[in-house]
Design a protein around this ligand. Structure first.
Ligand SMILES: [Zn+2]
Length: 320
């Protein structure tokens, strides 16, 4: 019987899960709604039922050795999800403890979704032979996973390395976390939309983006416009890259990584984002680091990267 783990990725809208082997092959994956459930216990019961059904359809019996979970505001030490702004369940959710009622024997580990993405990059992606690197996930927000000497940095309380909530501007934009001027309020799919709207109010130049409402605008539309030479879209990427580059230079000072990987929807803009980020990162680096840190796009495709990341967490736990 081949050994497998279950990788679970909890997002605000969907919870995706997959049965994954050691080489990162996903035998089967599926999802359930996250936001449909206001009651966490009902959600967990349904998630478990779905997973059992998925396993029963596999034909051959499989040995599930561990479960790895990536979740917003996930705490590795406590196995909890704590005050996640995008989830229905408020306060502290004892996720691992409650899931253990269904799986009492095997190891169950949980971490924040960006940390899981970093482990996915390390075990299945472009960071395979690296011991020091940072993964930045650019979705609705900005997440980050920092690996030092081959291990994720969790810190004293388990929430280390939230680069998205470093300050980039005194009294700057409101952030979903309640603070002002956080990096993710500028550098994320939502952040660049806010930037586009700000530039549009300040400039009189024509732009196809002027006909799109804030709700309808996507980062993909902005990158498509930029590729066609739209000046507002190009400026928005310049500004986004500048803010990201300066903060990455700060992050490099803390951990001296070999590479920084960008992952997620906004990273698909490629050079539009990479070039200004690289330029400002280099410019702001303490000289001893200059020209040494690679800025790369993630090797993992978005389709099941989150599941792979969560399963990588499970495999890493089994190695211990
Ligand atoms: Zn914040």
């Amino acid at each position: 019987m081949t050994d497998y783990v279950i990788g679970i990725d909890i997002g605000g809208t969907f919870t995706k899960y997959g049965i994954v082997d050691k080489d990162g092959h996903c035998l089967k994956e599926n999802f359930i709604s996250t936001d449909k459930y206001t009651d966490f216990d009902v959600y967990l019961e349904n998630l478990n039922t779905e997973i059992e059904e998925t396993i029963s359809t596999l034909g051959n019996p499989v040995a599930i050795k561990a479960i790895g979970i990536g979740a917003p505001n996930g705490n590795y030490y406590r196995g909890t999800i704590e005050n996640a702004p995008n989830l229905n369940w408020k306060g502290t959710i004892q996720f691992v403890e409650k899931l253990r009622e269904y799986y009492p024997v095997i190891p169950i580990v949980l971490t924040n979704d960006a940390n899981a993405a970093a482990l996915g990059e390390m075990i299945y992606g472009g960071a395979k032979n690296m011991k020091n690197f940072i993964v930045i996930t650019l979705g609705t927000g900005l997440g980050s996973g920092i690996v030092v000497d081959g291990n994720l940095v969790y810190g004293h309380d388990g929430f280390a390395g939230e680069l998205g909530h470093m300050n980039v501007k005194h009294r700057g934009r409101d952030c979903g976390c309640g603070k002002k001027g956080c990096l993710e309020a500028y550098v994320s799919a939502t952040g660049i939309k806010r930037t586009v709207f700000k530039i549009m109010t300040e400039r009189v130049i024509e732009s196809e983006l002027r006909n799109i409402s804030f709700e309808d605008l996507t980062s993909k539309m902005i990158s498509e416009a930029a590729k066609k030479g739209d000046q507002i879209a190009i400026e928005a990427f310049e500004l986004t890259g500048r803010i990201l580059g300066v903060k990455l230079a700060d992050a490099i000072t803390c951990t001296s990584p070999e590479a920084i990987f960008l992952f997620g929807g906004l990273a698909k803009a490629g050079d539009l984002l990479l070039n200004p980020t690289k330029q400002y990162m280099e410019k702001n680096l303490f000289p001893v680091y200059r020209g040494k840190v690679k800025l790369l796009l993630s090797d993992l495709t978005e389709t099941n990267a989150a599941i792979l990341g969560a399963s990588a967490l499970a495999w890493k736990e089994l190695q211990k």
